[in-house]
Design a protein around this ligand. Structure first.
Ligand SMILES: Nc1ncnc2c1ncn2[C@@H]1O[C@H](COP(=O)(O)OP(=O)(O)OP(=O)(O)O)[C@@H](O)[C@H]1O
Ligand SMILES: [Mg+2]
Length: 212
């Protein structure tokens, strides 16, 4: 269980706190959906959880131990919004291997298989893939690192109806093994796969219904 305890984020440049005393528990093998409008702090929340930003106050706990951002970087895998814009490998193989030159081809294939891309040629260019395949590849890139927690920023943005449905089905499968947190302003395709839902408004997080 990863737990945020009264986490606030208020950089000096910001007039108000971007995250305001956020309490959040992420339960294993569950998908938590955080819904909020543009500017509510969704991406900032993921930056804190992935160790890219440090809380101004409050704690991030993992199994009752307080964590520093460096440990969170190991623990969490963050898939950015429009991850395909950050591809830098010339081939699928290069994209998967970036930062992990030692990786075994067995692990590559298992990550691709996990996201439904088992049939893909490792020599294909990431840019030739469909939008839905690119999102899956970005997920596979994170799965290779074997994070404990997967964080996804607006994973369905810019996908057509059928690709959004496919992505929701993939997330339903992935949550059997991973802890997932998805943030979005448009939850419609993801409500069915969510175990817990919360709303983020101007940096304040409130669970709707059950909480872990
Ligand atoms: N380092 C920073 N310094 C000052 N303000 C910041 C900083 N980072 C983010 N903000 C502000 O914090 C607020 C929340 O930003 P954030 O990107 O987390 O929102 P979001 O919910 O992801 O929005 P969107 O749906 O548009 O992606 C915004 O008003 C943004 O301008
Ligand atoms: Mg954002």
């Amino acid at each position: 269980m990863l737990r945020l305890q009264s986490v606030s984020y208020h950089p000096a440049a910001a007039a108000r706190a971007i995250l305001d005393r956020v309490d959040l528990d992420l339960a294993p093998q569950k998908l938590t959906l955080a819904i909020g409008p543009s500017g509510s702090g969704k991406s900032t929340l993921l930056e804190i959880l992935s160790g890219l930003a440090s809380p101004t106050s409050g704690q991030v706990m993992w199994r009752d131990q307080s964590l520093f951002p460096e440990s969170l970087q190991q623990l969490a895998g963050l898939v950015f919004q429009f991850p395909e814009r950050h591809f830098c490998g010339a081939t699928v193989l290069e994209e998967l291997r970036l930062g992990h030159p030692e990786i075994q081809s067995e692990q590559l294939h298992s990550a691709l298989h996990e996201v439904g891309l088992g049939h893909l040629s490792l020599n294909a260019s990431p840019y030739q893939l469909s939008g839905g395949q690119q999102r899956r590849l970005a997920l596979a890139v994170q799965l290779i690192r074997q994070p404990s927690i997967l964080l996804l920023d607006e994973p369905t943005a810019g996908l057509d109806w059928s690709m959004r449905r496919q992505l929701a089905a993939l997330l339903a499968r992935l949550k059997q093994h991973w802890t997932l947190l998805v943030v979005t302003h448009d939850p419609s395709d993801l409500l069915d796969v969510a175990d817990y839902c919360c709303n983020l408004q101007e940096g304040s997080l409130r669970f709707t219904g059950d909480r872990p």
